[in-house]
Ligand binder design. Structure first.
Ligand SMILES: [Zn+2]
Length: 326
């Protein structure tokens, strides 16, 4: 019988400060980045008695300490400005804070900085659980963060939650830390942020970056970055082999803990995806991660098919908690 538990960090209530971010994909009105996403994931995790839920409690001061190690000050000030400059509306304009070769695509909205900081707080709180000795922690943060770079937003990401978790683990003395990104989309923000941190191993499985966001060629910055792109919809077997490859490389790098950027947009019918994997693949992904025996800090990225998110999270939890062996 397993004594594993999954510590789930919940994002603080925003008291109406934040408006939803409208995400439309080629005219498709589905796929909005809304609070309901987190509610669906919570519902799935609640089916697992090993999940302990707690609201993220991290001081504002500590969040700033972490964010200042990740993002440029003038970029943080830009977000802070638009946080209060918009009332009940979203605004998209040609701001300069974009990744090279990418156009501004992500609207700003009232409370954008407040909401993004709550996302970062949630990720930092989950990393602190790992630092305190938990084997499994899961940050249910939003908006996602892996497209946010040193001084840019994009792909509905503003602050990089996963890298905030990485830095928090490092601050607690865990070394080296790895980051595996299994979102459908390539985490261009995470890759750029970790390019200047060669002590952090980074692996990613994603849809071709030519066919999907960020719609440009990408290259690993060093031997400590491993990218596995698919230009077709991978079979379950192909996908799981890729996960195994990444874990193997992370272990040979010597990673003492792993942050996982979790995207449920790899499954069939996700409004922002394009692959045909079933939600049940997440049980197998969870099993492979669990077999690595590394402490895992899961950080929520994408996943927009509201009717499937609870099942994805439940299946992932089953695999992570070792239900196949019970
Ligand atoms: Zn995604």
């Amino acid at each position: 019988m397993s004594h594993l538990s999954l510590e789930v960090s919940l994002q603080k209530e925003m008291q109406g400060a934040a408006s939803p971010i409208i995400v439309t994909s080629e005219g498709n009105q589905a796929g909005r980045e809304v609070e309901e996403r987190s509610q669906c994931i919570i519902k799935g995790l609640q089916r697992l008695p090993e999940c302990n839920f707690s609201t993220a409690e991290v001081s504002d001061r500590y969040i700033d300490t972490i964010l200042q190690q990740i993002h440029h000050q003038e970029y943080l000030e830009f977000l802070a400005h638009w946080n209060r400059a918009l009332v009940g509306e979203e605004l998209l304009f040609e701001y300069p804070y974009v990744d090279q070769g990418i156009e501004a695509d992500t609207p700003l909205f009232e409370g954008v900085y407040d909401l993004s900081r709550e996302g970062a707080r949630t990720a930092i709180a989950a990393a602190q659980q790992i630092a305190k000795g938990a084997s499994l922690a899961y940050a249910l943060c939003r908006p996602p963060g892996h497209h946010a770079g040193p001084a840019w937003l994009g792909g509905y990401c503003f602050l990089n939650n996963a890298v905030a978790a990485v830095v928090t683990l490092q601050e607690s003395g865990i070394d080296p830390v790895g980051l595996i990104d299994i979102d459908f989309h390539f985490g261009n923000g995470s890759a750029a942020l970790l390019a200047s941190r060669p002590d952090v191993w980074f692996g990613s499985i994603h849809s071709s970056t030519i066919l999907s966001y960020p719609y440009k060629e990408v290259h690993p910055a060093s031997d400590g970055q491993v990218f596995i792109p698919f230009s077709h919809s991978p079979s379950s077997e192909e996908y799981l082999t890729a996960v195994e490859q990444l874990i193997k490389k992370a272990l040979s790098f010597g990673c003492a803990a792993m942050v996982v950027s979790v995207g449920y947009d790899i499954i069939i019918n996700d409004p922002h995806g394009g692959w045909h994997l079933p939600p049940s693949i997440f049980e197998k992904i969870g099993q492979i991660f669990a077999q690595s025996s590394m402490p895992l800090c899961l950080v929520q990225e994408g996943g927009y098919l509201l009717t499937a998110l609870d099942e994805c999270a439940y299946q992932f939890g089953l695999g992570l908690l070792g239900y196949d062996q019970k």
